[in-house]
Design a protein. Structure first.
Length: 215
């Protein structure tokens, strides 16, 4: 039986941008959830956008999805949304929080964006783990995560394929058990490039590709 290792990308690659702070991560999660809902044909009008975000914030508060450091912000947004309705502009407020905390998303490195995706998956209950090269090709590794939502990656690729500035230098391979669409939806939302070369049996291989490969 393998020991499960929580994935913390910044511990393998030294970069100036560490995991997003709590407030930025909260805003990003809300905006990605909205983006995903719109891909599914929901939240396309101001009213339905307001209703979706209000419901999302209420669930986040009830389930305590985020640290106490953002509890007051969630409470403030909820109170304002319930009092003012769609005029609150929840989407605009969340976008402003994200912008103020991180700056324009287009200026963030690939490693920074990937770290956010990992954090979102963890929030959604996914298992994220790094493994050795020896473990990577063994069937019993996949057997450990059978029936669960998990994202697996080799430690060696994380260390070798990102620069110190967080720029991806070469493709990074992941194994996905669970709903592949949950992973690709987040990748699409952040603008990262990927390929799915094969889907054998109970697992899927996803390859994260450098943006420079498309220049």
């Amino acid at each position: 039986m393998y020991t499960r290792r929580s994935m913390n990308i910044s511990s393998f690659v030294s970069v100036s941008e560490q995991t997003v702070n709590d407030l930025a991560h909260f805003a990003w999660c809300a905006l990605v959830a909205l983006h995903t809902a719109r891909l599914e044909g929901q939240a396309r009008s101001p009213l339905t956008t307001h209703t979706f975000l209000l419901s999302w914030l209420a669930r986040a508060q009830k389930q305590r999805r985020f640290p106490r450091t953002v509890a007051s912000d969630i409470d403030r947004l909820l109170r304002s949304a319930r009092q003012k309705g769609p005029a609150t502009g929840l989407q605009q407020q969340l976008e402003y929080i994200w912008y103020v905390c991180t700056g324009p998303a287009d200026g963030q490195s690939e490693l920074f964006l990937l770290t956010q995706i990992i954090e979102q998956l963890k929030t959604d209950g996914w298992i994220n783990a790094v493994v050795t090269d020896e473990e990577w090709g063994q069937e019993k590794l996949m057997a450990e995560f059978e029936g669960e939502s998990a994202l697996l990656v080799r430690k060696s690729e994380l260390m070798r394929n990102f620069s110190h500035q967080g720029v991806m230098l070469a493709p990074v391979n992941f194994l996905v058990t669970g709903d592949m669409a949950a992973v690709t939806g987040l990748l699409d939302a952040t603008g990262l490039y990927y390929d799915i070369p094969e889907r054998p049996h109970n697992r899927s291989r996803l390859v994260l590709t450098p943006v420079t490969a498309f220049d």
